[in-house]
Design a protein around this ligand. Sequence first.
Ligand code: NAP
Length: 542
Amino acid sequence: MADGAGERTYDAVIVGAGFSGLYMLHRLRGLGLTARLYEAGTGVGGTWYWNRYPGARVDIESLEYSYSFSPELDAEWTWSERYATQPELLAYLNHVADRFDLTRDIQFETRVTAAHFDEAANRWTVSTDKGEAVSARYCVMATGVLSVANEIAFEGADSFQGKTYRTGSWPKAGVDFTGQRVAVIGTGSSAIQSIPEIAAQADHVTVFQRTPNFSVPAHNGPIDPAVAQDWAANRAQYRREARETGFGIRMVDQQDQLALDADAEARRATFEARWQVGGFALLGAYGDLITDLSANATAAGFVAEKIRGIVKDPQIAEKLVPKSFPIGSKRLCVDTGYYAAFNRDNVSLVDLRETPIEAITPTGVRTSDATYEVDAIVYAIGFDAMTGALGKIDIRGRGGAALKAQWAAGPETYLGLMVAGFPNLFIVTGPGSPSVLCNMAVAIEQHVEWISDCIAWMGARQMGAIEATETAQAAWVAHVNEVAETTVFPLANSWYMGANVPGKPRVFMPYIGGFPAYRDKCNEVAANGYEGFAVSSDAQRG
Ligand code: NAP
């Protein structure tokens, strides 16, 4: 039921073949719609296609960080470890693409460069870097939240004669660092996962740290057969339970009790038990850790104590202890042997707060007090998060208005799903939705299902355009900010705040009100005939 004529006309264009785009394509097919999916990579996988750095693995247990929409898919796939590696995640997403026969509608190695809304037709014209343009009623941006790398802005970076790598676009063939001196710049999740692996191979690793991060152990390993069995027997219930938790992660085992109500000894024992579980469980210990600074300090102090216990050199340990932001206000890192790597003879730490990088030279990294000669530089400097990928596309809505200009002071959306002035344009896990503050698999499924239900509703009524109203959008943006202010999140210079990209406006982008509250709001809006949205037929257009 493609509307319009000609083979370059689709009901929908989807941009990106990661977790979001694949499921979106499957759902739209289920509605009997025609869709074209454009993907820049040579294969599916999104995040798990690009981020092939050593040690890359998911930080939410794989039993939960996976699709739940198909019980058959769920039952037939077996995860080998608690936290799957990038290759296993990529294999999973390839399996999904094969199982649901998705690739025939995916055009690889094609970047979408522009999407312009044609008000007369209520359709999007989507252009690509291959010089083609197609027309679609709907455009779904499944472009990912962490998919555009931060720019390398160091003076002299191009002059470096050794090898340069970026964690977010790692060579497919892998890298052998044997015998090499390697510089790793950055100490976020990507660096924290890769440093122990690179150190095990390289001659020497110099870590350039601007801000230390909190990291907790993954305690990764094969999935305990008893856990796997229990999960298999109760899968549907556990998936439901995950969707009722604030972060969409059942295994966090979020407790309501307050850290400040517990005595110091009990609190320590609780943190210790959760440290032994590993992963985000630590943050689920108490209900006030992300809302009360004093409560937060108890967890931060516990992790600081752990760092000082693991790292043998007290001066290095002290440099590794975060002191400038509350724990959890930047994404907690989940590692395998990160702090212990600093006990190795071949790993050294450079504190960029004391001695900033002045330039990259042809042979290494020059700081204010030394030059470090290296054979390779690994940039783990992060992403232009949440808005970066949309900013790379020339998106124009009503009256030719550019999304980028409209978002110059920070992104504004209604529910993170749509933007006033940009009819029929959907964003999966956009700014203003729980997104990265939720298990992405859970957040993505809810968004994709909401979007496909909306498109089905429009089709059933033969409506031509749906668009967020300015009023609903303004109220939602205010609510997103209001909720953020009740937490410790805005206190960090994080990528959630846009603070990691020079010149980016400081706005807390994801929605921290919890997944259930958010989903209920989305459902209520839909049940009320898409309240807060303006819906028009083609006859009423303009
Ligand atoms: P990130 O958390 O933004 O870390 C980037 C690092 O680079 C920070 O330490 C940052 O320092 C540093 N940096 C940036 N620009 C710099 C400069 N000009 N000079 C010196 N240092 C600089 O990026 P990421 O590690 O790629 O992680 C991003 C997000 O991706 C994570 O928070 C997580 O959500 C996701 N991720 C998840 C996993 C997983 O699931 N296991 C793994 C990797 C990434 P400052 O802190 O001072 O800015």
